[in-house]
Structures are given as structure tokens and as C-alpha cells.
Design a protein around this ligand. Structure first.
Ligand SMILES: NC(=O)c1ccc[n+]([C@@H]2O[C@H](COP(=O)([O-])OP(=O)(O)OC[C@H]3O[C@@H](n4cnc5c(N)ncnc54)[C@H](OP(=O)(O)O)[C@@H]3O)[C@@H](O)[C@H]2O)c1
Length: 285
């Protein structure tokens, strides 16, 4: 089955634009309203849009994603968008037969499990407000009467927004030394690889059951290893010094181990290949 009319919420975001870019070349009719037209914190605006446009499928790429601000100044908006926003989307779609695809995050897991999390692991604790709100959002999506898919992604990079790869590339051009944490582990994941994987998933959507999927590149690294790879690939003269997470001051706590394991979808390529492609295509030095 090819779903014809797809509503992408958050199509202007880093992941949303990759999803739009990949799906636009497929045989889909894409609806990409801006936040001014469809604000997920406003139930009426979602209801009106769905009623008027009757999409077959919603892909929610929208979120409040400022993990540090979510600890204080952005706390209310974080819950409003990442939790209540999802409740609004689910409530507004319950009367229509709309399939919902939602993106979530590795930060729903705060257990610091060193060997990683599969889709069967249940998150029990979160270490930051963003992770808490995103977990509440997942629970709202689970209440959907229609088919739903929750794709967890992690450590995203891609064009359109400042991310770890672009930040390290920028800093390494301006500095001869950088301090990067070597005890924070995860899976860097390319927005375009997620979008390609999503496109393949849509081709066979009827063969998948509702539930959780971990859509991440293959491999695991520390932020230190990722930074070294970026700098080496760019052939920059910048030394990376390993530091500890406890010595890197940021508002939000993050897990030492935040590793998603994909056991249900076709494997994506290794993160190194994806980072190299992103740098070669989008990072100017
Ligand atoms: N970035 C990461 O490293 C990372 C890691 C793990 C998981 N994720 C998850 O991946 C998904 C995509 O993240 P991203 O980094 O691509 O996000 P992003 O670049 O911050 O984009 C978020 C998008 O959501 C829109 N938005 C915010 N509030 C909205 C509202 N109330 N109503 C409608 N739209 C709203 C934004 O609109 P405006 O353009 O108007 O602001 C923007 O287009 C999210 O679910 C995020 O939680 C991200």
C-alpha cells in the first residue's frame, strides 16, 4: 500500500526537511503546513487542518528540542509541545483513520544501560525534562486508536540546524585544542538516513505492527571519538582532549550511555560513513 496524502508536521526542522526532501520524489501528496497554520499546542488548529485536508498518514517531526532550556526557561513550552501537543494530535486523529508516525529520542532512557536499549526495553527513568516530556508524548501516542509507529532516533545531524558535527567542525577551525567528553556514548544518526529508512518503511507499512522502532545508524561512539573522526575527516589541525561528563557544565543531565539498538528495521549504514557524507556535502571549510 502506498499512502497517498501525508501530513508532515515540523517540516521546517532539521529532520522534517530531510523527510520532506526524500518523500517529495516519491508518489505522495505532501502537506507541510508551517507552525503558524498548524500548531500542535492548539487542538483546534490540528482538528481544523485534519478535517479540511483528510491526510492518510501524519509524520510528526515537530518537537521542542532545546534540551538545556527545557530545564528552566523552556520548561513549560517543553511539556506543552512534547507532551500535550502529542495528546492533541492523537485526540484530533481518533475520529479519522489516520496512521501516526512520531519521532522520539534516546533520552527517554535514563538507566545508563551500557549495552544499549532495544525496542523491547521499557523506559523507567529520564535524566532531564526534555526526556520526561518526550516519554509522556510517547505514552500519548500509544493511546492512539489507529495504527501508530514511534521511531526513536539519537544524536541527529544533518543540514538546516546547528548540531554536534557542524559545531565541532566550526570550533576546530577556530581553535587548536578542544575538550570533548569521552564518557558519553551514543549513536550519531544522519537525518537523511532516517528519511531514507522511513521511505522504505512506508513502502511496506502494512507489514509492520504498531509500536516502537529504533531508527539509528549502526555503531557506537563517545562524543570524543565522534569529534576526533570529524576533525580527522576534515584534516584540521586541532587536538581533542578527553574530559569527563561531570566536568562539562550544562543545564541538563544526560546519560553516560544512551545507545539505541535497531532490531526491527533493515540496518542503516555505520555512522562514520554517514558523518563523512554529511561533511563532504554540507560543511564548508
Ligand atoms: N536533534 C537531535 O539531536 C535529536 C535527537 C533525538 C531525537 N530527536 C527528535 O527528532 C525529532 C526532530 O528533531 P529536530 O532536531 O529535527 O527538531 P528541530 O530542528 O528543532 O525542529 C522542530 C520542528 O518542530 C516545529 N515545532 C515546534 N513547536 C511546534 C508546535 N507547537 N507546532 C508545530 N510545530 C512545532 C518547529 O517549528 P519552527 O521551525 O517554527 O520552530 C520545527 O520545524 C524530534 O522529535 C526530536 O525530539 C532529535
Amino acid at each position: 500500500m502506498k499512502t497517498k496524502k501525508i501530513l508532515i508536521i515540523g517540516a521546517d526542522g532539521m529532520l522534517g526537511r530531510a523527510v520532506f526532501d526524500v518523500l517529495k520524489s516519491e508518489d505522495y501528496f505532501l502537506l507541510t503546513p508551517s507552525r503558524e497554520i498548524l500548531d500542535i499546542t492548539d487542538k483546534k488548529s490540528i482538528g481544523n487542518f485534519i478535517e479540511a485536508n483528510k491526510p492518510d498518514l501524519i509524520i510528526n517531526c515537530s518537537a521542542y528540542t532545546n534540551v538545556n532550556e527545557a530545564e528552566d526557561t523552556g520548561k513549560e513550552l517543553n511539556y506543552l509541545v512534547n507532551h500535550i501537543g502529542l495528546k492533541n494530535v492523537v485526540d484530533s486523529t481518533s475520529q479519522y483513520n489516520v496512521v501516526l508516525i512520531h519521532f522520539s529520542t534516546d533520552y527517554v532512557f535514563g538507566e545508563n544501560k551500557q549495552d544499549g536499549y532495544t525496542e523491547d526495553d521499557l523506559p523507567h527513568i529520564q535524566l532531564n525534562e526534555y526526556g520526561c516530556a518526550k516519554r509522556l508524548g510517547e505514552i500519548e501516542v500509544e493511546k492512539s486508536k489507529n495504527k501508530f509507529f514511534i521511531f526513536r532516533v539519537s544524536w541527529l545531524f544533518g543540514p538546516g540546524k546547528k548540531n554536534f558535527v557542524s559545531t565541532i567542525a566550526e570550533l576546530a577551525q577556530k581553535n587548536t585544542e578542544l575538550n570533548v567528553v569521552d564518557d558519553e556514548f551514543g549513536v550519531p544518526t544522519y537525518t537523511y538516513d532516517v528519511a531514507q529508512s522511513l521511505a522504505k518503511f512506508l513502502e511496506n507499512i502494512e507489514t509492520y505492527s504498531s509500536g516502537y522502532y529504533h531508527m539509528v545508524n549502526e555503531g557506537i561512539c563517545s562524543r570524543f571519538e565522534e569529534a576526533k573522526f570529524i576533525i580527522d575527516h576534515l584534516k584540521l589541525n586541532c587536538v581533542v582532549n578527553p574530559i569527563k561528563l561531570k566536568d562539562y557544565k550544562r543545564k541538563a543531565n544526560v546519560p553516560h550511555y544512551s545507545i539505541l539498538i535497531n532490531t526491527k528495521l533493515p540496518k542503516l549504514r555505520f555512522w562514520q560513513e554517514a558523518v563523512a557524507e554529511y561533511i563532504d556535502k554540507y560543511i564548508k571549510i
